[in-house]
Write a protein that binds this ligand. Structure first.
Ligand code: ATP
Ligand code: MG
Length: 366
């Protein structure tokens, strides 16, 4: 997938902007607050129908403007298509178009332009709590596997119901009678979550480790290990076996759940540990190492997307070069050879030798 050309009118700090892109690397250079991230945000909006920095559409419209008009010519599955979104400042629903035809729902634009985004917050994935890492797996799998998305939705619903039953058990002890039914269905859907996550993480590790090795000049080995419910010793076993192990865990934790009034059993606490040369990254990785691994994970996610859909998503890298040494910067700028990449950076002297350098000042192309 490739973006051939992008036009923006009244989007964020862009009054009127048009630019054709390189099919390889596009390096977007500019000082702070000139509109580099805004440009990635526009691409993301056309790709996903939502922005990554805000949920409020009004914030995307240029101050004082009545509407924002974003459009792109893209190459997708060998065909040239166009995507367009018009957002209105007044209380009027946005309009979406695919190759000139108005589409009533965002889903109809799904898959025309897939993007994988790295933004500085993604560094938290490797440094912060388990929720961020679970989200990384869930987001990717929900896009790739409809069956997984359904199981996750059902699991979350059951978890909320079970949590409510445990919480209310002093006032309404009869609620506890519902727990066996919740447990049964949570073990069934939980087994789907665990086996799918385990397999995906294994594939992700294989690709991410290869990228990280090249990125670090061969000096660092990245490994990812899945952590789930303690009784599930082999999360890649058939779902039926994982289901049985989940039932064991539920049984042995039932008392504790009732006493603590909390759900203690199930894959809602899942996590994975990232390590470099065997050392857990959370405790020992440097800033540059964390950044390298986070970008390698994105490159791997993109590979797996390609393996599944047959097309390589466009890679959007926001502010990736800071904290990287010259060798690692060179990897980002000149050695990501596959597919189309957008990289933003503030350093004026940076150029890419395998693509196009685009300079931005106050929402204008220089
Ligand atoms: P940095 O290098 O600091 O990350 P950047 O080039 O990525 O900077 P952006 O985040 O793309 O900067 O742009 C930020 C600028 O866009 C801010 O100065 C902000 O005021 C302006 N901006 C954001 N939304 C709007 C809007 N709706 N209308 C006009 N300007 C806006
Ligand atoms: Mg920025």
């Amino acid at each position: 997938m490739k973006i051939l050309e992008l036009s923006l009118n009244g989007f964020r700090n862009y009054e009127a902007f048009n630019c054709a892109f390189d099919p390889g690397v596009n390096l977007i250079v500019g000082q702070n607050a000139q509109g580099k991230t805004n440009l990635l945000e526009a691409i993301c909006y056309l790709s996903r129908g939502s922005a990554f920095r805000t949920r409020k559409e009004a914030e995307l419209i240029r101050f004082g403007a009545e509407f924002a008009d974003l459009s792109a010519r893209v190459e997708s599955y060998g065909r040239e298509q166009s995507l367009r979104a018009v957002l209105f400042a007044a209380r009027r629903p946005r309009q979406l178009f695919l190759s000139g035809v108005k589409k009533p729902s965002r889903e109809e634009l799904d898959g025309v332009l897939n993007t994988v985004l790295f933004c500085p917050e993604d560094l938290l994935v490797l440094k912060k709590g388990a929720a961020e890492r679970r989200k990384l797996l869930d987001d990717a799998l929900c896009q790739l596997r409809p069956k997984y998305a359904k199981a996750l939705e059902e699991y979350k619903r059951l978890l909320a119901q079970k949590a409510a039953a445990l919480r209310d058990r002093t006032d309404r002890p009869e609620m506890l009678e519902l727990i066996p039914d919740y447990n049964e269905r949570m073990a069934q859907t939980g087994a789907i979550l665990i086996t799918t996550r385990a397999k995906y993480l294994r594939q992700l590790e294989e690709r991410a480790a290869a990228h990280h090795e090249a990125f670090s000049g061969g000096s660092e080995a990245l490994s990812l290990s899945y952590q789930t419910v303690s009784t599930v010793t082999d999360p890649t076993a058939p779902a039926l076996e994982v289901y049985a192990r989940l039932k064991d865990h539920q049984q042995s934790h039932y008392r504790a759940e009732v006493e603590s009034m909390q759900c203690l059993s199930g894959p809602h606490k899942d996590d994975f540990e990232a390590a470099l040369n065997g050392l857990p990254m959370k405790a020992f990785a440097s800033q540059g190492q964390t950044r390298t691994a986070a970008i390698s994970l994105k490159l791997a996610e993109r590979d797996l997307f390609e393996a599944d859909t047959g097309e390589l998503p466009v890679l959007l890298l926001d502010d990736v070069l800071s904290e990287l040494d010259p060798g690692r910067q060179d990897f980002v700028l000149n050695r990501i050879q596959s597919g189309q990449v957008f990289i933003t950076c503030c350093e004026q002297d940076k150029v890419t030798h395998i693509g196009k350098t685009i300079r931005i000042e106050q929402g204008r192309l220089l």
